[in-house]
Design a protein around this ligand. Structure first.
Ligand code: SAH
Ligand code: SF4
Length: 343
């Protein structure tokens, strides 16, 4: 019988598991601490558990959900791209970026993605399966063990569409945030979606505390549908209407991401329209100059990018503008470049 993965159990599930097997509930908290606070990668490391419980765990569960297959180091920044293999042989990637006193980790939520955005390497590889909560968390745990600097920020911006794996993604964010778990502040966790409207609605209704980023990427439905086909179903106005309900405050504003594609969405009219949308919401606008993935799209020249940003700054009333010059370009670790097709 294939052993179950224990990584990914939350505290309630561990308590049920302990009680059903006649172990005291306080053991659940110890197991929880071992997994998420201490990052144990072997059940036998849990050295304050009684032998019979250790034996039970060892016989019934595995704790390591991912093996590191390869690490690539950038020559220009302190950025590493880590290729992981799941226990069923699937490949996923995560990126660890250290810059000044920030250590940001970009994690995957699915093996591939079926949203089919035309500018994204993950989209081109297609969809294989969702990652479990344990596999999502294990990316963080293994990167913590790999690096000396503590992780300060986690972004769900690697491979996959987090809102098409909503339950496991939220469960993993809860464990990251839990003071008894990995104790990461709620504003240090960002979940990015291409615009899965029913899940955006659920996320806002549930008052999830983590930062929300929306990949807007166009200002007209005609262009957005061309580059993000799900826009046919959930268009720009529907998304903005939903975001009107986002409970923004100074520390947690919704973020509109906008990948700048040459001659597609980089005109002055686009910049004017984007600033109009952004002023309507209280938000951050994150401009991401396109990172090459070897298809028909390209990055606008620097003058066009600067003109675009200038218009955003000029119109800025109710939003902030950030430009994300991606990290790890030399190892294909930048936004949208993650793909495990040709490994
Ligand atoms: N699936 C989620 C999160 C992963 S993509 C989403 O789409 O939001 C993370 C960000 O990278 C998104 O804003 C996406 O629009 C952007 N992106 C995708 N491909 C890119 C590329 N080739 N260059 C720059 N950004 C890209
Ligand atoms: Fe999927 Fe996001 Fe890539 Fe679109 S941009 S294909 S949603 S990973």
């Amino acid at each position: 019988m294939r052993q179950k993965q224990i990584k990914g159990f939350n505290l309630d599930e561990l308590i049920v598991m302990c009680e059903e097997n006649n172990f005291s509930a306080f053991r659940a908290k110890q197991i929880y601490h071992w997994m998420y606070r201490h990052g144990a990668l072997d059940i036998l490391d849990m050295n304050n558990l009684p032998d019979d419980l250790l034996k039970y765990l060892k016989n019934n569960f595995t704790i390591k959900t991912l093996e590191i297959e390869r690490i690539q180091n950038s020559n220009t920044e302190d950025t590493k791209k880590i290729l992981f293999k799941t226990t069923d042989g699937k490949l996923i990637e995560s990126v660890s970026m250290i810059d000044k006193n920030l250590h940001t980790v970009c994690i995957s939520s699915q093996v591939g993605c079926n949203v089919d955005c035309k500018f994204c390497a993950t989209g081109i590889m297609g969809f294989t399966r969702n990652l479990s909560c344990g596999e999502i968390i294990d990316q963080i745990i293994q990167i913590t063990n790999l690096r000396e600097e503590a992780i300060t920020n986690v972004v769900y911006m690697g491979m996959g569409e987090p809102f098409l794996n909503y339950n496991e993604v939220i469960k993993s964010a809860n464990i990251l945030h839990d003071p008894n778990g990995m104790n990461l502040g709620k504003n240090r966790i960002t979940i990015s979606t291409s615009g899965i409207l029913p899940k955006i609605k659920q996320y806002i209704d549930e008052r999830q505390p983590y930062k929300l980023a929306i990949s807007l990427n166009a200002t007209t439905d005609a262009i957005r549908t061309k580059i993000i086909p799900i826009n046919k179903k959930w268009n720009i106005e529907m998304i903005l209407n939903e975001l009107d309900h986002y409970p923004s405050d100074k520390k947690n504003m919704v973020m509109l991401e906008y990948v700048l594609l040459k001659d597609i969405n980089d005109s002055k009219e686009d910049a004017e329209k984007l600033s109009f949308y952004a002023n309507r919401l209280h938000c951050k606008v994150n401009i991401i100059p396109f990172n090459d993935i070897g298809n028909q799209y390209s990055r606008p020249d620097d003058d066009t990018i600067n003109d675009f940003i200038h218009i955003l700054h000029k119109n800025q009333e109710n939003y902030q503008t950030l430009v994300r010059w991606s990290k790890g370009l030399d190892i294909d670790a930048a936004c949208g470049q993650l793909s495990t097709v040709s490994q």
